[in-house]
Design a protein around this ligand. Structure first.
Ligand code: ISL
Ligand code: CA
Length: 562
């Protein structure tokens, strides 16, 4: 019987490059993580997910792997990694690693060999097709990073497929040897003590190998998505992979990133046959984008509530959710869904309440527990991210679009917003590094930093600690049933969480305005406050027979119904 420890866990996502530098080169590393294990233990998280640490030329910060069995030198050695895993385990935390196997780096020896040598056994590790001509790729698919999804290789007189940057050729999962190779790589890391995997864009591994042209009507965001998103063959590949690993390692977690997955896709991934234990779905993360992420719009709270509720209750609550409000690919949640100017701390605490009171496994992205805000970028040269740079080149350099307008968009939606270094203290470079960080540091580290927040009982950091502790105390918050109240309210998010032990009422005012006359459910029963981000509310502490309450701007309360 599998233990399913992740159902009781809070996961913390470490973006290694920006977490903590230990050797003064301005880049975060494994030594830095080791230094911060006590911090993570005090925070109370149960597991960490580390973004990729395998050898890579870093075109996409480790999401382009050059050698699947080596640690990136910049991050440390295999021995450092072993020490780190050991220390996490000693401190009661699990270690989840990012496995990037939809594609490799173009510098991987497999790809290099495939390019050079027609008879290479690795030819078939990738996806090659003849184009209509040297300039005309096999079909009209776009990559996620603004270019065509095909790149021509003169040596082979063929194009290879890459759903991301041209330096990230897609691996050919049709090929049995490749599939076995992937299982072997994963076994290699399991032998090192890894407790599970976050499978990068795993929903894209199966492709329609007739490679039809995409059509605007049936594709999402980019042309072609319908022919490679969450297809039946992907489910088969995952079942096979799972079978290869489960007999030896039956206590590991599989978290799959499944872009564009619907609740029905999720049901197949999680509930039908052993494939994934939870998925990372992107629906909530797209609520402030129009047809694609580069056309931002104001997030509609009612839509947000609908999306969350749908995922919480669909298929009778059988789908085990992962809960997250941001990650290394998204802007900071407080800048995006809160008010990072007038109500930064209060809205960050509200988002913490939301994240940690939903059903599923919450994932905290590093720095959100401090209420860190979006980066401060003024010039394209300050951006590092390949996606952002490609978009800039396409729009400003090629299409001659107005640079200021494009700058405005990228400073709002660029992935670099959440990749600025962790703000540990008010010391030089925020205590992240003794030397200049690889990416521009936020100047607000003098105010927003872990050392200061640790001392302040009212800080965002201490609120996160309390929320995590509350979740640990009440199984109701982890696995209890979810039921939404006030679905039509324009700014208030309100729900019950309930199991045999207790019923909790969560109420969140996601706006800059006070709201009056919110109906209190179950008027006859007394309510005791478990946690709140509102100082006056905390003074009162309980509701006796009130039928209505008013909520201050960004107020978040969790009540236990007696
Ligand atoms: O960030 C995105 C667009 O802005 C997403 O579409 C993102 O590219 C997608 O969710 C896949 O992300 C993952 O795979 C990418 C990598 O660049 C991301 O960092 C990773 O999280 C390719 O490996
Ligand atoms: Ca370093």
């Amino acid at each position: 019987m599998r233990e399913k420890w992740w159902k009781d866990s809070v996961i913390y996502q470490i973006y290694i490059k920006s977490f903590q530098d230990s050797n003064g080169d301005g880049v975060g590393d494994i030594g830095g993580i080791i230094k911060r294990i006590p911090y993570l233990k005090e925070l109370g998280v149960d597991a960490v997910w580390m973004t990729p640490f395998m050898d890579s030329p870093n075109v996409d910060n480790g999401y382009d792997v050059r050698d699947y069995r080596r640690v990136l030198e910049e991050f440390g050695t295999m021995d450092d990694l072993r020490t780190m895993i050991h220390l996490f385990h000693e401190n009661g935390m699990k270690v989840i690693m990012d496995m990037v196997v939809n594609h490799s780096s173009n510098q991987h020896r497999w790809f290099q060999d495939a390019v050079r040598n027609e008879a290479s056994p690795y030819q078939n590790y990738y996806i090659w097709r003849k184009g209509k001509s040297e300039e005309q790729p096999p079909n009209n698919w776009n990559s996620f990073f603004s270019e065509s999804a095909w790149t021509y290789v003169p040596e082979r007189n063929k194009f290879y497929l890459h759903l991301f940057a041209k330096e990230q050729p897609d691996l050919n999962w049709e090929n049995e040897s490749l599939r076995k190779e992937v299982a072997d790589i994963m076994k290699f890391w399991l032998e090192e003590g890894i407790d599970g995997f976050r499978m990068d864009v795993i929903g894209l591994i199966g492709k329609d190998i007739t490679f039809p042209d995409g059509t605007f009507e049936n594709d999402l965001e980019m042309i072609g998505t319908q022919y490679y998103s969450n297809l039946p063959q992907t489910h088969q590949y995952l079942q096979e992979l799972r079978q290869r690993l489960d007999s030896e390692y039956n206590n590991i977690v599989f978290i799959g990133e499944t872009t564009y997955a619907t609740v029905d896709d999720a049901y197949k991934y999680i509930c039908e046959k052993p494939e994934l234990d939870m998925i990372l779905q992107s629906e909530l993360m797209e609520v402030d984008a129009d047809t694609d992420k580069w056309i931002p719009k104001q997030a509609d709270l009612k839509e947000m509530k609908q999306i969350i509720t749908k995922w919480q209750i669909s298929h009778n609550g059988q789908i085990w959710n992962s809960i997250f409000l941001g990650n290394h690919d998204k802007p900071r949640c407080v800048s995006r869904f809160g008010n990072s100017v007038e109500y930064r701390e209060k809205s960050a605490k509200l988002l913490s309440t939301l994240l940690l009171t939903l059903r599923g496994t919450p994932i905290i992205y590093q720095g959100d527990e401090l209420g860190m805000t979006n980066g401060e970028f003024e010039d394209i040269s300050q951006f590092d991210d390949v996606e952002t740079r490609n978009f800039w080149n396409q729009e400003v350099v090629e299409k001659k679009r107005n640079a200021e307008a494009v700058m405005q968009i990228i400073s709002r939606v660029s992935r670099d917003n959440s990749r600025t270094p962790m703000q540990w203290s008010e010391e030089k470079n925020g205590g992240f590094s003794t030397e200049k960080p690889w990416i521009r540091m936020n100047s607000n580290y003098h105010i927003i930093n872990a050392a200061e927040e640790k001392k302040d009982p009212e800080s965002v950091l201490n609120y996160y600690k309390d929320m995590i502790a509350l979740r640990k105390k009440f199984s109701t918050l982890r696995t209890g049933k979810y039921q939404e109240l006030l679905p039509d309210h324009p700014t208030v998010f309100s729900y019950f969480r309930e199991n045999d032990e207790r019923r909790l009422w969560v109420v969140l005012n996601m706006s800059d305005y006070k709201v009056e006359n919110i109906s209190v459910p179950e008027v006859e029963r007394k309510k005791v406050l478990c946690i709140s981000n509102d100082s006056e509310r905390k003074l009162k502490g309980s509701l006796e027979k009130e039928t209505k309450i008013s909520l201050s701007p960004w107020e978040a309360d969790v009540w236990q119904i007696e």
